[in-house]
Design a protein around this ligand. Structure first.
Ligand code: ADP
Length: 549
């Protein structure tokens, strides 16, 4: 028997209309580096999104399903693009500006982007790529920047403001099928070619609702979120869409992502929430340790993208800022888990829950699969690969224009679950602890050593700023851990002392013999430890390694 309920498609245009009317007074504040940031209400940004859609269709001829790329920082114009492009039936394609040039070229060509919206400050990055991007016909430039490099190129150049000025302020949004593509984002390609994940209107809508649930970020129009996680990195964790649902103010750092301006932004604008990867919070911690600032407006901070070292969480607790750990991936939109402890616990009892990756929301089903393919129990001990499924989880990757989606066997199970490549355990209460990425696990003499556990233990040492542990070949054991550490200024501990310190929490056979100190741990385009790079430096003999007895 069918229900008697209405079936209204879940569309991005509905989120836009809701935000610009019901929450028209909420604001997007964009940092400019000048005395005053730029402020625009949701009503104004929404109206400009209507005008942008008109410009894209009426002037640039953008058709339904066509990919429109953005190469932009987090700012009000990027939010306008976020709503205009999917609402008109085209596909928002966010480009990760930190990728190596050859990967960006590969991605734009694979998606066959015809239009690129770019911040003027990023033209030095785009201009040299354009001769290799035959599908790109239009470049729309927003904000200041030297545009002269575009003159000699066979593209039509538009100024964002001129392009939208005077356009009709109402676009008749099409009634799309909610399963149609709304946006796409390529994984950062740390292994092999980048893979395109294509989000639907339905997945964006449902994911935004989840972001807004109390068990996830749970913010309202009384909040302002400092959105540091880039809009080109898994849709800024879904925040720009979610904010238009509930009226959360957005504080956008634009290109001012260094610790000092971030500290200033927080002290001046007093956001109640923020979202960023651990690297950002490590940098900010060093900054406010040297130059104290009041960060206490931030009642909640969402931290994820890589494991949050417990020592970092403790350091922020002391500053009066609570970090809440979250896990997700490009393929999961990204919200997978969040680590809110169950109700009714003391601070001390909450701690073991807070340092996990968190628990799954109702919309995400999870299972652990052991090396032999068995589904493992949630007993907090059995470690296996995490597989997930749900309404905002990818079922396949973009196969190229006109081609079928692809479902590589190592990424999707036969029964359609996403294989995350993450290894961990789940407790009977559904709290996930990741011990490693499958490819980063250290296989020593038939046993597994968790690189993450060693890193967390090292980063709890007061003289260590950062630590990354990778597997290196070993004649006797197959693989052994190499500890790569960044020592704080004035550090006096030697490697033996550090190993002894680790011995306090780590089993003896897991303690690294090989040690190296570097100025900074190499990072990927989205700020994670680049272990592939470290392994390569080691292989090429470019690290000065000390081996302890
Ligand atoms: P890429 O796979 O290219 O690094 P993603 O941003 O999609 O790009 O990364 C997803 C991966 O990041 C996850 O599979 C997981 O390994 C890691 N990750 C994300 N959040 C966490 C977290 N809280 N703790 C540990 N690892 C995390």
């Amino acid at each position: 028997m069918l229900s008697t309920m209405q079936d209204v498609p879940l569309l991005v245009s509905r989120i836009l209309q809701h935000g610009m009317t019901i929450h028209g007074r909420s604001r997007i504040t964009t940092w400019t580096g000048e005395a005053e940031p730029h402020r625009r209400t949701f009503a104004e940004a929404g109206t400009r999104a209507h005008q942008l859609a008109h410009a894209l269709r009426d002037e640039l001829g953008v058709r339904p399903d066509e990919r429109v790329a953005t190469l932009m920082w987090n700012n009000a114009e990027h939010v306008e693009a976020y709503f205009a492009i999917p609402s008109m039936g085209a596909v928002l394609h966010t480009l990760n500006l930190r990728l190596p040039p050859e990967q960006l070229v590969w991605i734009v060509n694979h998606a066959a982007d015809r239009v690129v919206l770019v911040n003027g400050s990023l033209l030095p990055l785009l201009v040299p790529l354009l001769p290799h991007l035959p599908t790109v016909e239009h470049v729309v430039v927003s904000g200041p920047g030297d545009r002269s490099g575009l003159d000699a190129l066979p593209v039509r150049v538009h100024d964002y403001e001129d392009l939208i000025a005077g356009r009709p302020t109402r676009f008749d949004w099409p009634e799309l099928d909610e399963r149609q593509a709304a946006a796409m984002c390529y994984t950062s390609g740390t292994t092999g070619d980048p893979k395109g994940v294509v989000y639907s209107h339905r997945s964006v809508y449902l994911h935004s609702m989840q972001v807004n649930m109390t068990e996830s970020m749970g913010l309202t129009d009384r909040d302002t979120s400092l959105i540091v996680v880039p809009q080109f990195h898994v849709n800024a964790w879904g925040l720009p869409h979610a904010t238009f649902m509930t009226g959360i103010g957005m504080l956008m750092p634009d290109r001012f992502l260094q610790p000092a301006p971030l500290a200033e932004m927080i002290e001046r604008e007093k956001p109640s929430h923020a979202a960023a990867v651990p690297t950002i919070w490590q940098g900010l911690l060093a900054e406010v340790t040297a130059n104290p600032r009041d960060l206490t407006s931030m009642k909640q901070v969402t931290i994820g993208g890589s494991a949050c070292p417990p020592a970092l969480m403790e350091a922020y607790d002391r500053l009066g800022v609570r970090l809440c750990h979250a896990w997700g991936m490009t393929e999961t939109s990204p919200l997978g888990t969040m680590a809110h402890p169950p109700a009714g616990l003391s601070a001390e009892e909450e701690w073991p829950y807070r340092i996990t990756q968190g628990r799954f929301p109702a919309g995400v089903e999870a299972r652990l699969v052991g090396p032999g393919g068995d589904v493992l129990p949630w007993d907090g001990e059995s470690a296996g690969e995490l597989e997930v499924r749900g309404n905002w989880i990818a079922a396949a990757y973009f196969g190229g224009v006109g081609a079928e989606p692809v479902r590589p066997e190592d990424k999707f199970s036969e029964d359609g679950w996403l294989k995350t490549g993450d290894v961990g355990v789940i407790t009977s209460e559904g709290f996930l602890t990741l011990t490693d990425r499958a490819k980063d696990v250290i296989k020593s003499g038939g046993e597994w050593i968790s690189s993450v556990e060693l890193e967390n233990a090292l980063m709890a040492h007061p003289e260590i700023a950062e630590a990354a542990v990778v597997a290196v070949p070993d004649e006797k054991w197959g693989e052994r851990p190499l500890a790569t550490v960044v020592l704080r200024d004035g550090a006096t501990a030697d490697y033996s002392a550090l190993r002894e310190f680790l011995g306090g929490t780590i089993a003896k056979w897991q303690l690294p013999e090989r040690w190296t100190a570097v100025d900074a741990v190499p990072k990927t385009s989205v700020g994670k430890f680049d272990k592939k790079k470290i392994r390569e430096l080691h292989r090429l003999g470019q690290l000065e390694v000390t081996t302890l007895d």
